[in-house]
Design a binder for this molecule. Sequence first.
Ligand code: ZN
Length: 310
Amino acid sequence: MPEWNEYRIAIPRDGERMNNVSQLVEVHHVVHPPAARAILDHGSIRAGIVHDESRMNQTRHAVIWLSANQWQHGSLYGTVQFTFPWLQLIAGKHFYWVEAIRYQNPAYRILITDKDLGSLKFLTPYDPSVDRGPLRERNGNWYWNSRDTSEFMVDGDLDLSHCIEFKGVQHKRNGCRLYGPGCSERNNSAFVTGGRMLAYLLASGNHALDPALRIQTEGLSRSLSPSVDQGVSGIWFDLVTADAARFDGEVRQRERSVPIVRGALALLGAGRPYEARELVAQLNDETVFRAALTAIVNDHFGIDDWRLIS
Ligand SMILES: [Zn+2]
């Protein structure tokens, strides 16, 4: 009996709902802010050698990790999430069953590659349209076992031009796979983290995620993606609301307010909110701050019609 048998799913019939099966549309890569900043600077998620107890650690094969899971009680892997469309990711690729790991939430691992890895005997070729495991395909629709943890390893770097969503997510409160119980991110709000990552992009003029941030939601008359609106709300909360901004300075002119706010965004993006707030305090009032922030967002995307949601 194949190892994946324990994780198998049935494909739902039309209109049928199954509580351990979901349609597979997108997958996510979650990291902490320092790793996220490195990814943004590089413009892609870089593949790395597998170090954990995986069968893959016998090879020098470099992979990136993606999962379809969204964690109601927070992620074990960090607070910043990059999302990619499944169909684009797997086009023309082969699948190999790697293993299942018996964590508290069992994880099944499938390798996605454009190479023929038949020579690696610890891998088992897996055909999602034939094999009855945790990942299945029928008539172009994909399904995954959403009761357990999906871990997809993709060999090769993943360019951010394919990313379709970028946002902050909640960290698991009582655990971190990378930093253990000492992780400083565990109690951070997803809202604030999303704001700080957007601040990093805006301040540094990094355009790696512009394709994702330009995706508009049908029916919403907004000129940029909801990630931008949420991120800017996070920035506003962090710099104005959270610590009751003082705005006791003299600065009113655009030529001075924009560089000050851009500097505050750089500090915020680097995780230094207290100093960012000190800079913003040099502005004369909230209206000056709003105008400068609006100008920075429009300037970044080369548009002029984006406004803060009031
Ligand atoms: Zn952590």
